[in-house]
Ligand binder design. Structure first.
Ligand code: ADP
Ligand code: MG
Length: 621
């Protein structure tokens, strides 16, 4: 209820002004998108009305919902009008005067200064209305909800706006743009026709141009996805994608399907090229749009696709759900479950086709969304084999991507397992001591550096009948199994030093043993057969989770000069100090964090000083 009779002057919220300035500035070279934004808002308003009319059919009455573009060359105004849901005074203040969305802060931080990139961010963050000020030096909005009084809002986009009552009986919204002198081209019929065709042709609401007393419908006014595939071009699909994501982005691929039979629905799924900023924000709702018999029901219906396909965009339109379906209802609904299962398969089909037909494009997809798709290995056992084939990984075989099938094809005749090594970075992985023996034997090792890989390998377990095995596990010994006479001699020579190491590092290691995997490094840590990897233990610790940690096994390289001197080091403090250095450097080499880095530095410095003093033996006395 409002009793004002005069216009009231109000300041924009501080952030709103900042966004407004940025929008005007960054979109200056893409002026025309204002029309897409305003038409998109008008179309949203019509869809909202259709939705409200589900419970209150009298709202729709006999009107046909439409968007009108009204040109007044004498006044220099272009008006975008709709007979959609309209806004109350409070809604006008909230929607046009403040930025309530939490994403706005991030929007401000994300702006790059590159007009083309920023232009595309604008819509993603829902600041579309302000694009009106790119071409208008004054914007008037007149709006009326069916159940509220009409309201008038006006601003020149410079810090303040005025708001007050308005005499208007019809439901809907009019956005009147007082065009700047330089932007009078948007009064031209041909220009408007061209822009509607370019940006808004696919909308389900008719867009009518009213100019010089003539009326002309500019678009097909048929919900895009209901049109036959054969009639639609690549440009049409890309245009609709832009509408869906409110941006300039392109889609990489899409699948448009009409299903009839026990279940009746149309789906249009898009694989975007770029990742949304919130891709890894688990709090953020993702998902596709749900329509019931052409009526927009909800955005981000997370139930229609599993979280591991949250990068997909698109919609489902079905006749098999009630119009008043709620989010709660979607959660335990057999129809929804069936549709979701079908959409998962369809998405995997799409990815498989892309991988087969355009490896470069698939590699780009993988770089952008691969880490998300990997979640499917963990979350969906039934789809695991299909997802496994879609994985792209790095390995010691070159620097490009490899597939598990490539790897298996290159396996040595007597090689039983698919070996992998997890590490925080690719460099750390490539230089890891664990790989020395594999390299010497010419055995390929997969290098996994996404955090999620630790979980992926725990769930994938095998591919093509070949088990996955960590190159850093105690059992991953690639040396020939035969005990050479040389080895037997080494075992005897190191029996005692190994026992002393185990004693000196009691509590830190499970045991010490001779390594056959090391060629260059003195020592490394491996984890016990059924233990979790050291990196996994670190990740869990960082996440504040206590893991069941069994101590690692210390492996030493009997051919390394440092290790060969081991037996000469006297017992007691000197040996303990040396053992600690050995353990700490093995931990560092594997990407671990030292418990007491300062002590490590002190010990290493002491060893250097001893070396410089040219003592015949390290740490004597
Ligand atoms: P977005 O469309 O992404 O929400 P906009 O800046 O384009 O962001 O619009 C802000 C809000 O203003 C909309 O969410 C809507 O609530 C309201 N709005 C804008 N135009 C209209 C309209 N023609 N009819 C009803 N509401 C509108
Ligand atoms: Mg909008």
């Amino acid at each position: 209820m409002t009793t004002d009779t005069t216009l009231e002057r109000k300041e924009f919220q501080a952030e709103t002004q900042q966004v407004l300035r940025l929008v005007i500035h960054s979109l200056y070279s893409h002026k025309e998108i204002f029309l897409r934004e305003l038409i998109s808002n008008a179309s949203d308003a019509c869809e909202k009305l259709r939705f409200e009319a589900i419970g209150k059919p009298e709202l729709l009455g006999g009107d046909e919902l439409s968007i009108r573009l009204k040109v007044d060359p004498d006044a220099g105004t272009l008006t975008v009008a709709d007979n959609g849901v309209g806004m109350s005074r409070e809604e006008v203040v909230d929607n046009l005067g403040t930025i309530a969305r939490s994403g706005t802060k991030r929007f401000l931080e994300t702006l790059s200064g590159d007009a083309a990139k920023d232009a595309q961010l604008i819509g993603q963050f829902g600041v579309g209305f302000y694009s009106a000020f790119i071409v208008a030096d004054r914007v008037t909005v007149i709006s009326k909800r069916a159940d509220a009084d009409a309201v008038r809002w006006e601003s020149s986009g410079e810090g303040a706006y005025e708001i007050g009552p308005e005499a208007r009986a019809d439901r809907g919204t009019e956005v009147i743009l007082h065009l700047r002198e330089d932007d009078k081209e948007f009064l031209e019929e041909w220009r408007l026709r061209e822009l509607v065709r370019k940006y808004s042709d696919h909308l389900g609401v008719p867009i009518v141009l009213e100019s010089r007393g003539k009326r002309e419908t500019l678009n097909q006014a048929k919900a895009f996805w209901t049109r036959p595939k054969a009639e639609l071009t690549t440009d049409d699909y890309q245009g609709f994608f832009k509408h869906l994501v409110h941006g300039e982005d392109e889609a990489r691929a899409w699948a448009h399907n009409k299903v009839e039979g026990a279940l009746e629905y149309t789906s249009l799924l898009y694989l975007p090229k770029r990742a949304p900023f919130e891709l890894f924000d688990r709090e953020h709702r993702a998902g596709i749009q749900l329509y019931v018999k052409r009526v927009f029901i909800m955005d981000k219906a997370a139930e229609l696709l599993p979280p591991w396909l949250r990068f997909m965009r698109g919609l489902v339109d079905t006749a098999d759900l009630p119009l008043n379906v709620s989010r709660e209802l979607l959660q335990n609904n057999r129809t929804v479950d069936k549709i979701r299962a079908a959409l998962v398969k369809r998405t995997l089909d799409l990815l498989e086709e892309l991988a087969a037909s355009d490896a470069a494009s698939y590699a780009e997809f993988w770089t952008t969304f691969g880490a998300v798709l990997k979640e499917g290995i963990i979350e969906d056992p039934a789809m695991r084999p299909r997802i496994a084939k879609l994985l792209r990984l790095h390995s010691t075989n070159g620097t490009g991507w490899v597939t598990l099938a490539d790897y298996v094809a290159r396996m040595k005749p007597d090689q039983k397992s698919i070996f992998y090594l997890t590490a925080d970075t690719e460099t750390a992985a490539r230089n890891s001591p664990h790989l020395e023996g594999f390299r010497a034997q010419g055995i390929e090792v997969l290098l996994l550096t996404d955090r999620i890989d630790e979980w992926v390998v725990n769930h994938l377990r095998e591919f093509d009948g070949k088990p996955l095995a960590s190159a850093a596990s105690a059992t991953a010994d690639v040396s020939p199994a035969i005990q050479t006479p040389e080895r037997i001699a080494e075992e005897a020579a190191f029996k005692e030093p190994l026992e002393r190491l185990a004693k000196a590092l009691d509590g830190k290691i499970d045991r010490a043993r001779l390594s056959s995997r090391l060629t260059d490094s003195p020592a490394c840590l491996v984890f016990a057969e059924h233990g979790i990897s050291l990196r996994m233990a670190r990740i869990l610790k960082q996440a504040g989770q206590n893991s069941f940690e069994s101590p690692p096994i210390l492996e030493i390289n009997p051919k390394h000069p440092l290790i060969m001197r081991l037996k000469d080091i006297p017992d007691g403090a000197p040996f303990t100090e040396f053992a600690r250095v050995l353990f700490d450097q093995a931990l560092l080499a594997e990407g671990g964090e030292l418990e007491d880095p300062a002590a490590f530095v002190r010990r290493v410095n002491q060893l250097i000083v001893d070396g410089l003093n040219d003592k015949p033996r390290i740490l004597v006395g």
